[in-house]
Write a protein that binds this ligand. Structure first.
Ligand code: SF4
Length: 434
């Protein structure tokens, strides 16, 4: 299943903020919403209850139909993020409980459960009912053997929640709300090296390139070798003071243990059931592929979704320098001798793009006296220009797949195989996304 929840602000709230009232009769403030228990840190307003009802019924429907989307609007200051977090986490928890019940009931066959659907947790039938032969019940508590296994186990237990926001300060605000809830699940925040890098000798200006260069050298980055010390730090484990953490917490731990916070966060995302990230990690196909973000069957929350139009526009724009294209072409030309199936199509695409730029430039130079000339095409005309450069839509899936493989090969720090330089990866990312 997959579910997308887009939220936005509506008009200003007409009421004063919710008084932080907890009834002595219901100290955990558990509310039964759309058939499941939801723990909410305060006594919820009617609008919050209806917001959470809508979220939960969307998730139920996504589970039934395979996918479902909801666009939910709520005024600023009405506890939107808190309602979203509590309802999605409550639904995920309920899913896990029912899934585990399903596994356990399969290990002790119950003849009634076969014929009576109410035997599956009050009518709840997990979409993927893992068989005892494929998932032993003991595997739920087993430590993950590797990233792929860990991801598969995580997926089978419950859908991962991706909570996407525009900026890191918005993510920090949501994490403050998450800390107010009683829910705690393995979590991670995906962000760039600029936010996470803990190597004091790497300049923040050219960080992606410097990091990739450093990791391709024999001595590597000493922080990278200590990445596990960040991931396994007691404070981020269950019950630790940073179990619900922000980027700064992970960076501070990285500075103390001299370990890389960036790769630690990426590794934590493999096991996480709640992942915070900027929109681009969800929307941008190449970033998603290169960062191993697997949204299949996930619950996706796009907070402040009214920003999406701008984000999509920004994501579809790129500045390309001719020198960078020539450098990329030179590297692709060398790499295609080693791995033609990945690098040959990319090399041809970049060669065609360079020749098209040359031709277009000559035409413009011939018709303009000023040196500051430009051309612009829209819609079908732009597509025709690309076709003139032999780049047509039918090749896009192949090119996208090759670009994803090439970018991933360059990010694989443990591989000795020749790959693109950091600078060329950035150029290729730009070309592939737009
Ligand atoms: S491996 Fe980590 S700490 Fe080292 S340069 Fe790259 S991002 Fe920075």
């Amino acid at each position: 299943m997959s579910a997308t929840l887009g939220t936005g602000n509506g008009a200003k709230p007409s009421k004063t903020p919710n008084p932080y009232f907890i009834s002595p009769k219901n100290p955990k403030n558990v509310h039964h919403i759309a058939g499941i228990p939801v723990e909410f840190p305060y006594k919820p307003y009617g609008t919050q209850l209806s917001f959470m009802y809508r979220v939960i019924s969307t998730l139920d429907r996504a589970q039934k139909d395979g996918h479902c989307h909801a666009l939910i609007e709520s005024p600023t200051g009405t506890g939107k993020s808190l309602s979203l977090l509590c309802s999605t986490l409550a639904w995920q928890k309920n899913y896990k409980i029912n899934n585990i019940k399903g596994i356990l009931s399969q290990s002790i066959p119950d003849p009634e459960a076969v014929t009576d659907p109410l035997g599956h947790g009050g009518g709840f039938i997990p979409e993927t009912q893992p068989s005892t032969s494929s998932i032993p019940s003991s595997s739920i508590s087993e430590p993950p053997q590797n990233a792929a296994n860990s991801k598969n186990k995580k997926k089978m237990l419950a859908p991962t929640i991706y909570y996407a926001s525009r900026t890191h300060s918005q993510i920090s605000q949501v994490i403050r709300e998450y800390r107010k809830t009683s829910y705690r699940v393995p979590m991670a925040i995906l962000a760039s090296r600029k936010h996470y890098c803990t190597n004091p000798h790497v300049s923040k200006e050219n960080i992606d390139e410097e990091c990739k260069l450093l990791l391709s050298q024999e001595e590597g980055c000493s922080e990278f070798k200590n990445m596990h010390k960040v991931k396994c730090h007691p404070s981020v484990q269950k019950g630790g003071c940073h179990e619900a953490h922000d980027i700064e917490d992970i960076v501070k731990i990285g500075q103390v243990v001299k370990g890389c916070a960036y790769y630690a966060a990426r590794s934590m995302a493999d096991d996480a059931q709640l992942i915070f990230c900027p929109y681009s990690y969800i929307i941008n196909l190449v970033i998603r592929g290169a960062m191993d973000v697997d949204i299949k069957g996930a619950i996706i929350v796009l907070d402040e979704a009214h920003n999406l139009e701008d984000i999509a526009r920004e994501g579809g724009s790129v500045d390309l320098e001719e020198d960078a294209l020539h450098k990329l072409q030179m590297e692709l030309h060398q790499l295609k001798m080693i791995k033609a199936d990945v690098y040959q199509p990319l090399s041809e695409m970049i060669m065609n793009l360079i020749s098209w730029i040359e031709q277009t430039k000559s035409k413009l130079e011939a018709t303009n006296e000023s040196k500051h000339y430009f051309s612009s095409w829209t819609g079908d005309k732009a597509v025709r220009q690309l076709q003139e450069a032999n780049i047509s839509q039918q090749f896009f899936p192949v090119l996208l797949e090759c670009a994803t493989k090439a970018i991933r090969a360059a990010s694989d720090t443990e591989s000795d195989v020749l790959h693109l330089s950091g600078m060329s990866v950035i150029t290729l990312e730009g070309c592939s996304l737009h």
